[in-house]
Design a protein around this ligand. Structure first.
Ligand code: FE
Ligand code: FE
Length: 209
């Protein structure tokens, strides 16, 4: 999908970057730049648009430093329902970010908007750009959690498995902290688990022929 970056209504990369500098904390800014780097290299590796990967990364946490009340009223003012997100308010910045990218940033590319919208929870049957942003958010250079190097290595050869491992890691982290797990994440985990096991079964079938 082509995006016209010269369209005045579409924010340029410089404008998004400037907005980020004034609206997210310094460490968040570093994280976002890290996600952009990881997303661009995954885009090269898997044949996705590098420009789209960068834009989606820039928007993904653009509203992460707003509080719950602000996010809930922003989402409602823009005509959406925060729904289950009210039980997991740390996911609201993803829904709000997608709304913001469209209404302020002028993004009309649905793949970019969905990559922003589902970057925290994941979902079943994600598109390539969605998977790239979901995984890049996990493995960017600033991440240090247990198992991150393993997911970094997997991401180079098997993006679906990297999605699955990232989902597992985030779901068990939330459970350990007794936090609500969104149904989209649980559905996503089942989806990618089945996808991988079907694939493995097919590979075995092909080997035996
Ligand atoms: Fe986020
Ligand atoms: Fe992030």
């Amino acid at each position: 999908m082509n995006m016209d970056y010269t369209d005045k209504s579409v924010w340029s990369i410089d404008k998004i970057r400037h907005f980020l500098m004034n609206n997210v904390k310094q460490e968040r800014f570093q994280h976002i730049m890290g996600v952009a780097e990881s997303a661009k290299s995954l885009a090269v590796h898997y044949g996705e648009s590098i420009a789209d990967a960068e834009v989606a990364a820039y928007y993904h946490d653009i509203l992460k430093d707003r509080n719950k009340e602000w996010l809930v009223s922003y989402i409602r003012e823009e005509g959406e329902d925060p729904g289950e997100g009210l039980l997991a308010w740390k996911t609201l910045h993803a829904q709000a970010g997608a709304i913001f990218a469209k209404s302020e940033g002028g993004i009309s590319n649905l793949e970019i908007l969905n990559a922003v919208r589902y970057h925290t929870t994941g979902r079943a049957s994600m598109g390539l750009l969605e998977k790239i942003i979901f995984v890049a958010d996990f493995i960017e250079a600033g991440r240090t959690f247990d198992g991150v190097d393993e997911i970094r290595a997997i991401a180079e050869s098997d993006l679906d498995r990297a999605v699955f491992e990232s989902l597992n890691s985030s779901i068990s982290y939330l459970r350990k902290k007794n936090e609500y797990v969104m149904s989209t994440s649980l559905e996503a985990r089942i989806y990618y688990e089945n996808l991988i096991s079907e694939r493995t079964a097919n590979e075995k079938r092909n080997e035996s022929h």
